[in-house]
Design a binder for this molecule. Structure first.
Ligand code: NAD
Length: 339
């Protein structure tokens, strides 16, 4: 029986990359039924609500979603739907694997990193206000809890053990933020004691940023808080060719939302230029999660093969293809491999 998955095509380039992804997943033999829903700007325009109840109900039912990027107004307007979804469904682990892809121009040839970002706490708790008259100052409160720290570090250690990774590095700024980051670090060290077989260390975030740029092979699995994870995961995507190739998963206890790491790319929306790789690789992760491992493997092989050919990869990666050209090339490869 086909597994039902909530599909949110998203804003900006979302509809273009979603259409490409669905085509590629189908060509790979993935077996899903899509329960299509809206959120973000599309939902504000149609229903004056960025996250309609029927969209939440659908994800509640299916326990699985594939989501395109959603626009968030900067500084004013509605709160980020991505953050709201993560908090509503308690999707506490944001997992972004980053690997060198042959043929995709980048500064390094041997990057293999996983960023595990705590997804519900920290400065993203939504507790913000102005102080004093006339917006003289503003405060944002970072909330770090023992329970939130414990489960994310445990997730990273379990993952490292299962996937036979080299080590886990907890990234923090506990030298300055002694309470919030200090708690995260202390809890992390306690949890790690139960995993003597998984090498574990910690590093200050600024030093980590430098090391990632100098020699990314020195790091393996990074586990960190929400804000640092947000920034470092984009930095890591930049090490392997950019946001256009980075998939992400938001995982909770028994519910998962898969997405591209990048945003809505308003500068190229509607021009047929978007690179659907990140969303398609998120689709491959979805296949894995749903137990459709063969389809996942087929998607990755075909996508990687097309990315290795200049005429087939998209222009953001120095190629010559547009969205349709890339999608058709990947689908042709899939058709050949399955015939
Ligand atoms: N997960 C999400 O839904 C998510 C993530 C980040 C940003 N956003 C939202 O997206 C909007 C735009 O944000 P931004 O401009 O800061 O970041 P962005 O990721 O949309 O764009 C940054 C740059 O990368 C390029 N780019 C991104 N994805 C691409 C792709 N698939 N193919 C080719 N080029 C691509 C864009 O053209 C742009 O030049 C904002 O409203 C932001 O809130 C959403």
């Amino acid at each position: 029986m086909k597994r039902t998955v909530t599909l949110i095509r998203g804003d900006g380039i979302g509809p273009e990359i979603s259409a490409a992804t669905l085509k590629i997943l189908e060509a790979a033999g993935a077996e899903f039924e899509w329960d299509e829903q809206i959120a973000g700007l599309a939902a504000v325009e149609q229903e004056k609500d960025p996250l309609p109840q029927h969209t939440i109900d659908s994800i509640e039912r299916t326990r699985l979603a594939l989501k395109g990027p959603l626009a968030t107004p900067k500084g004013e307007g509605y709160r980020s739907v991505n953050v709201a979804l993560r908090q509503h469904f308690d999707l506490y682990a944001n997992v972004r694997p980053v690997r060198t892809i042959a043929g995709v121009p980048s500064r390094y040839t041997d990057v293999d990193l996983v960023v595990v970002r705590e997804n519900t706490e920290d400065i993203y708790s939504g507790i913000e206000h102005y102080v004093g008259p006339g917006r003289m100052a503003a405060e944002s409160i970072a909330v770090i809890t023992r329970q939130g720290s414990e489960r994310i570090v445990r997730w990273a250690l379990e993952y490292a053990r299962k996937e036979k990774r080299k080590k886990v590095t907890l990234v923090h700024k506990a030298n300055i933020l002694k309470y919030s980051n200090g708690l995260f670090l202390d809890v992390g060290r306690e949890v790690a004691k139960a995993y003597p077989d998984v090498p574990f260390d910690d590093m200050i975030v600024d030093a980590t940023a430098m090391l990632l740029v100098k020699d990314p092979t020195k790091l393996d699995v990074i586990v960190t808080m929400n804000l640092f994870g947000d920034i470092l995961s984009d930095l890591c995507a930049g090490l392997v060719g950019g946001l256009g190739v980075a998939p992400g998963a938001n995982l909770g206890k028994d519910l998962a939302i898969f997405e591209a790491v990048h945003g809505t790319a308003p500068d190229i929306a509607g021009k047929g230029l978007a690179n659907p790789t990140a969303m398609t690789l998120a689709g491959a992760e979805l296949c894995d999660y749903a137990g459709q491992r063969e389809a996942a493997g087929r998607v990755r092989s075909a996508v990687y093969a097309s990315l290795g050919v200049e005429a087939e990869r998209t222009r953001d990666l120095g190629g010559k293809a547009d969205t349709r050209g890339f999608t058709d090339a990947v689908c042709r490869r899939l058709a050949q491999s399955r015939s």
